[in-house]
Design a protein. Structure first.
Length: 326
């Protein structure tokens, strides 16, 4: 006699038989067996949260456990980064890595950790171009005009940034050095107040992530002179690269995922495959494009190589600027 209990047991076994091959195919049949914490070392809101929640939802759906975004802001991303470095290397605490990690390695002489030895690269997520924007009343229409105007008005121009030692600040410092111009750096607590003062004319310009400024450019509230990447940005297709007028100039912001250094290789590889697949999902690709970002595909080793290259790139800019965190 077939009872309801037999039917349920048979259904449970069938489900296990279907899911077990997937788990083994993914490389680790026991991971994850509980929720995973994804640490964002910034305050809630903006591209960091959008990107993190997109990927975490995909991972939750695919791996059957909740990936929880936890914001741990402070000290230029150092608080959240150190919290992950000090966590157990078991795959249950991940870090949204960023340009700040590459910069802080040389910018902050009192850094309480060695990022390269404390975090294992897992996967890239996205790269975001920066854009040089200026007040609409500034009598310039392109990067060459801007350089000429700055040279004709030495020390009379001010450029905003989201804080000392950020990619926005150091992109300006690199520009100053390569173009041979001078302007005053005015740091703000984030991009928004800096952009507000550029629009009002209190500040003449700003290097900013396209994510937070492209709508102001499209609305005609700011004038965009050039993007910092070698290629044009799809979200600002009419804005040429700064390198067209200043050969060799290139910067950008990036985001990726890291884990405590000794996290097992099979867990790193599993997460890398799933994150890389997520970046190919049509819905996620569309949302990333809406932010003006570019997906970063590749295996963990390739992302590690990029982290090394970015750390060296920003070390040179920090050295060139002569700026150190006090």
């Amino acid at each position: 006699m077939i009872t309801r209990r037999h039917v349920l047991q048979t259904a449970t076994c069938a489900a296990a038989a279907l899911t077990a091959p997937l788990a083994f195919a993914l490389g680790n049949p026991s991971y994850p067996s509980r929720s995973v914490k994804w640490v964002v070392p910034y305050a809630p809101g903006g591209a960091t949260d959008v990107l993190s929640r997109l990927i975490c939802q995909r991972l939750s759906d695919r791996l059957g456990q909740t990936f929880i975004v936890e914001n741990k802001p402070g000290a230029g991303s150092n608080i959240g980064t150190q919290a992950v470095i000090n966590s157990a290397p078991d795959g249950y605490t991940l870090l949204l890595t960023s340009t700040a990690n590459a910069i802080n390695a040389s910018f902050d002489p009192a850094l309480p950790y060695d990022f390269a030895k404390g975090i294992a690269p897992v996967a890239g997520v996205a790269r975001i171009p920066l854009v040089l924007v200026v007040n609409n009343d500034l009598p310039v229409s392109n990067v060459a005009d801007f350089i000429a105007y700055a040279k004709a008005n030495p020390g009379k121009m001010s450029i905003a940034s989201s804080g000392i030692g950020t990619s926005l600040h150091l992109s300006g410092e690199l520009f100053k050095s390569m173009a041979g111009v001078q302007f005053t750096h005015v740091p703000y607590r984030g991009s928004a107040p800096g952009l507000t003062d550029v629009m009002s004319g209190q500040i003449q310009g700003m290097f900013d992530n396209v994510t937070s400024s492209f709508e102001l450019v499209r609305a005609g509230k700011l004038r965009a002179l050039g993007v910092t990447t070698r290629e044009r940005s799809d979200i600002l297709p009419d804005v040429p690269p700064i390198a067209d007028s200043l050969p060799g100039y290139e910067t950008s912001s990036f985001y990726g995922v890291g884990a405590p250094y000794d996290t097992p290789r099979e867990i790193v590889d599993l997460l890398n495959r799933e994150i890389d697949a997520a970046l190919s999902d049509a819905g996620i690709k569309a949302r990333i494009a809406e932010l003006g970002a570019i997906p970063l595909h590749g295996n963990a080793g390739e992302f590690g190589g990029m982290l090394t290259a970015e750390t060296e790139r920003w070390r040179k800019v920090v050295s060139l600027s002569g700026i150190k965190k006090e």
